[in-house]
Write a protein that binds this ligand. Sequence first.
Ligand SMILES: Nc1nc2c(ncn2[C@@H]2O[C@H](COP(=O)(O)OP(=O)(O)OP(=O)(O)O)[C@@H](O)[C@H]2O)c(=O)[nH]1
Ligand SMILES: [Ca+2]
Length: 544
Amino acid sequence: MRRLNAHKPANATQKMDPVRLHLRSTARSSNFLSRNSGKQQPRPNLCILVSVLISLSLLLCYLFLFPKDPAPSWGKRYTILIDGGSTGTRIHVFGYAGSSGMTLAFDFGDGGLASMRVNPGLSAYSGDPDLAGRSLQELIEFGKQRVPRDQWAHTEIRLMATAGMRLLELPIQYKILDSCRVALRDSGFKFQDEWASVITGSDEGIYAWVVANYALGTLGGDPLQTTGIVELGGASAQVTFSTGESLPTEFSRTVKFGNITYNLYSHSFLHLGQNVAFESLRELLLSREYNSANDNVREGVLIDPCVPKGYSDTGPWKFLPGPLDNKNRSISIIQSGGNFSECRTAAYKLLQEGKDKCTHRQCYIGSAFTPKLQGKFLATENFFYTSKFFGLAPEALLSDFMTAGQHFCGEDWPALKKRHSSLHEEDLLHYCFSSAYIVALLHDSLGISLDDRRIRFTNQVGNVPLDWALGAFILRSSESVDSKVTHRHSMIVSDDPHILLLIGGTLIIFALIGWFISKWRKPQLKTIYDLEKGRYIITRVSRH
Ligand SMILES: Nc1nc2c(ncn2[C@@H]2O[C@H](COP(=O)(O)OP(=O)(O)OP(=O)(O)O)[C@@H](O)[C@H]2O)c(=O)[nH]1
Ligand SMILES: [Ca+2]
């Protein structure tokens, strides 16, 4: 049997006298109730309370769905990208506002980006792939110095290798990648095996295009206002730009940024990076078909027009297996020809190799389709290093490279070494070749006129280094922003602790509102004893 209600009617005697207890109007009983519940406790005005709670929760919802700033930044976060290039491996540590960010504003200055390079590149370990992973240790330590320890487990680390690795046989590539995965798994950072890979040359070009246009402020704007990128690396060269031309599928890429879609031509010319091209040109000079026209080989001596006068190198050389016959294999010395125009002719011939296999409407380089270059371009890496060495302005003309190269190639090698004693000899040796190669590539092959001002030779725009790795980071960040924007309205909870807090708080407030309303709506029941009927009845208590 339920206990009697603790409160007694006002006129009740101490003893529960069943006779006098009548059905109480809920009002009187509630008055009675209030009289007997000790000191008058002002019951919270439920309506005010509920409305405060509802407005609070609406405010929280507004903050979550329409934050003042696309998203409040939640402190700094990090991501790491390792660029596995043919001549070296470099780590880039990106620090950025860890917002659930709907905006992309990165600081690529000292506060936001830290990089370090080690030589040689991963492909140099083809003879002993297990050592490749060890070459990453120094870079991983560098990353640990830049990322706070409590963030290591949340910091993703990715290895993206380029042309140097693409040149290796697949089994060797896999062994080198596996060796790197072991090192990255043990790094303490967040890593998954598929995050160590060899990227395509087309992706490499796209990423370089993204960082260039991000730095120029044209990413997300009119495609016709974007700037193309030509990059001369160590083992490959990339050409990427926006074009209205119809493109064969293998050369056509689309990049979506914000609500703009860019139709891009992107291709990486493998083997045509500067370092590999320099070696390949010697192979060409030694080949039979070339030699029939030129007497570059006389009694075991190769005359190389692409090295300054007075240079000689007694080898050994690692000539790639190719069109060499035994007679030429017995090269004992390479002597300088120091002749810019002969070097340019040989370089052009190298760039045209394979043209007979062209199956497209036009192939400016080898058998690859290349549309006519449209718009402005940034020329990076070896394009920039060569222009810088010759003291050329960023807006230099190709005719300036010709003049500088003609002079340099004809100079005396010992005098050059003396004058540029601070430079790496290998870099110094390449400038005769690179000046001729740049003219043969951009003018003789791609059709940029000698006095065209469309090209800027640079490795930086503002404080943004034009490194494709930054482009990969920007693109990934924008994709994750897009996915957050897409999901934001479907309230898919982000992994951001503050967002979770916001949602949790909102849910608690709604639950409180629901509870109060249910209390308020739930009939307040009272059990009283009816003297006349001699039994207990349950009655509803009225509300104020
Ligand atoms: N002259 C000169 N060349 C440099 C310097 N630093 C790097 N290089 C050369 O410039 C090129 C650098 O381009 P990168 O893209 O870094 O080359 P990489 O990534 O090792 O090669 P890929 O795998 O083809 O991209 C290489 O040919 C280097 O040898 C420099 O300070 N001076
Ligand atoms: Ca590179």
